[in-house]
Design a protein around this ligand. Sequence first.
Ligand SMILES: Cc1ncc(COP(=O)(O)O)c(C=O)c1O
Length: 372
Amino acid sequence: MTGIDDLPIRDELRGKSPYGAPQLDVPVRLNTNENPYPLPEPLVARIAERVTEAARHLNRYPDRDAVELRTELARYLSRTAGLEVGVAQVWAANGSNEVLQQLLQTFGGPGRTAIGFEPSYSMHALISRGTGTGWISGPRNADFTIDVDAARKAIAEHRPDVVFITSPNNPTGTAVDAETVLALHDAAQDARADTAGALVVVDEAYGEFSHRPSLLPLIEGRPRLVLSRTMSKAFGAAGLRLGYLAADPAVVDAVQLVRLPYHLSAITQATALAALEHTDTLLGYVEALKAERDRLVSELRTIGCEVTDSDANFVQFGRFEDAHAAWQGLLDRGVLVRDNGVPGWLRVTAGTPAENDAFLDAVRELMKETSA
Ligand SMILES: Cc1ncc(COP(=O)(O)O)c(C=O)c1O
């Protein structure tokens, strides 16, 4: 039988595994940081209307520049994130993963490197590899905050072309303050002062769930700083596949060099526009999820778990002698959480109150069993 390695694949892909959070059919699925609330019925009806209208024109390619959608995304950012943003500063793609891929195709690539501070979102390293960009694993403090001095040192040593800062960070939930972002941004520009500088990508996929204001205002006057966002989490639309960035218009112009023509289907654009019409309702769910996230943090601490402070819609908890055995113990009780491979820790997504109760009951049982 032919295996992958018998094929003439690129050397750096040999022996590697694809991204793969398990998709198991269990009663309580709290493993992929999705929003547990289905879209409200009036929005479902509005999507049907807008998609029907788009279907009438499917013989034509969609708006290649997605101008109406980018205009509405810019309006949303201006309203909620503390900076007046124009359409020329916004770009959209199929999930923020595609946004990140386009950024790496443009600013990374063979002979170039990207750095992230781990543990963090594993796709940063995987998309780097997929685009031929070398990956550098930067350090964090024991409490999962970014160690600014160590990070500066790593940047000075490795001189990366792209710097990833995830806030709130996945899987730890840790928010990053503006001073840290600025310190790393300046260090990255200093390290590459002999070239045109380095691109700093602030991945704010979970920004709406944070106690802190968005880091978006930092893009002003910094053409090498990009903010990446998604409709997969706060908008409860992971199935839609819509991510976007905000940056200097020059960055938006630059990614045009690598984006596929007509990459965002007319159906995607119509659906995202319908969802943006219902922003207020969807942000109401975000408030409910933030309250559930805070409840998970406090109840897990009461149960006796260690919990990392979270600004996201998930919580990192532990510490287990054998995190994978604990993951299996919860799965045996019908609750799927995520083992991100951080020794001693697991991650649970904030679900509905009933799902969270089921999860907390399972943790209580597990703790009793392991301390018995
Ligand atoms: C930090 C972070 N960035 C980006 C993404 C990608 O989201 P999407 O491609 O669904 O927009 C995720 C998804 O889990 C994430 O955790």
